[in-house]
Design a protein around this ligand. Structure first.
Ligand SMILES: Nc1nc2c(ncn2[C@@H]2O[C@H](COP(=O)(O)OP(=O)(O)OP(=O)(O)O)[C@@H](O)[C@H]2O)c(=O)[nH]1
Ligand SMILES: [Zn+2]
Length: 360
């Protein structure tokens, strides 16, 4: 068994600039996806695949009434272990805030550290809510951090789920899962034609312009494509406009979830940036040109704060957001990059508001 002090060994070279704190913390990847899409198949595949990580899997299913235990599978070098995770009220989603993470941490103390945690949310759960909870805890000094959100999509039924119109005000859960994802696994490709697959791809793309899309049968993915994404602590590299892979498909409904990005040079005044984000996420009083309130599901940004040498990352999931200073110092031009995924978004309005938060 490994020493508690050991860091995970598989640190990607590109991430070595990460702050040291992150390196000893344990990543959590949230696996989401519509009912029956192939989440459990994916987890089983990962657990039985040879890898040199000690991976803990937590399944967050609803509907077990007063159940107080959750199955927790731990795999190491292809060997499986079963553990039980005790949760006070049986629902991880509701327990994470108080004792869920504690339970995971206790278990780690008992069993030695895991290198990685995978958390399957039930098919109808809002992954944003689960993500937010890990995030909140990170601020309390937990040694667990959110690495990314992987959404499994059923190639056969995706279009039906994604394009289904919901009553006014309600958001389409399948679309929300795609909107929040850092990686989409389009599974069951054996059940559809090349054209159908292309349609699924392009609708997913029209919702989330930055997401990485993988295609699988029986959820057999390359683990390197879904683990260690550092999706919540980096927004680096190429220009957003290059990164943004826009789909040819036009969103099918006005209420569709879309991705909006822009880049602006300058220094943003921190206080103004908070106001801008809070109006958007909390007050929800930022309207598009048709006077409809914009609804942001996911927000990411790399910003140049006035008087700060370091690049700052902005992350938002639903109403929760934070600013985090990176170890990277601005060199040359200070280019702010923003990404918004949500409904009724208006790029021009968002960009203008951001520009008015800049130091003149
Ligand atoms: N044809 C086909 N069937 C698949 C594939 N992957 C998974 N399945 C089947 O799809 C069904 C659902 O898979 P699960 O992995 O249980 O899906 P899930 O997302 O965990 O389902 P819930 O937890 O109920 O939401 C199972 O019967 C799988 O055997 C695939 O690539 N092709
Ligand atoms: Zn499942």
């Amino acid at each position: 068994m490994e020493e508690d002090e050991d860091c995970p060994e598989l640190v990607p070279i590109t991430e070595l600039v990460q702050d040291e704190q992150t390196q000893c913390r344990i990543p959590v990847t949230i696996i989401t996806g519509y009912l029956g899409a192939g989440k459990t198949t994916l987890l089983n595949y990962i657990l039985t695949e040879q890898h040199n990580k000690r991976i803990a899997v937590i399944v967050n299913e609803f509907g077990e009434g007063s159940a107080v235990e959750k199955s927790l599978a731990i795999s190491q070098a292809g060997e499986l272990y079963e553990e039980w995770l005790e949760l006070r009220n049986g629902c991880l989603c509701c327990s994470v805030k108080d004792n869920g993470l504690k339970a995971i941490e206790n278990l780690m103390q008992k069993k030695g550290k895991f290198d990685y945690i995978l958390l399957e949310t039930s098919g109808l759960a809002d992954p944003g809510a689960v993500a937010s909870m890990f995030w909140v805890d990170a601020e309390l000094g937990s040694d667990i951090y959110l690495d990314g959100i992987v959404s499994v999509v059923d190639a056969k039924y995706a279009l039906q789920h994604l394009l289904e119109e919901k009553p006014e005000g309600l958001i389409n859960e399948a679309a929300r899962q795609v909107a929040l994802a850092d990686v989409i696994v389009i599974n069951k490709t054996d059940l559809v034609s090349a054209q159908e697959l292309e349609d699924v791809r392009s609708v997913a793309r029209s919702i989330n312009g930055l997401v990485k899309i993988l295609e699988t049968q029986r959820s057999r993915v390359d683990l390197a494509e879904i683990l260690d994404l550092h999706a919540f602590d980096s927004l680096s590299g190429k220009s957003l406009q290059d990164k943004l892979i826009t789909s040819k498909a036009h969103p099918h409904l006005d209420k569709s979830i879309v991705t909006v990005t822009f880049e602006v040079f300058g220094n943003v005044i921190e206080e103004n940036l908070h106001l801008f984000i809070q109006n958007l996420l909390w007050e929800k009083n930022v309207n598009n040109r048709n006077g409809v309130s914009m609804e942001v599901i996911r927000l990411k940004g790399l910003v140049a704060i006035d008087n700060k040498h370091q690049q700052v990352i902005v992350q938002g999931v639903h109403e929760l957001y934070d600013l985090e200073e990176t170890q990277v110092t601005w060199e040359g031009e200070r280019l702010n990059r923003m990404v918004f995924i949500g409904r009724n978004l208006d790029k021009d309005v968002l960009k203008q508001l951001f520009e008015s938060a800049l130091k003149s």
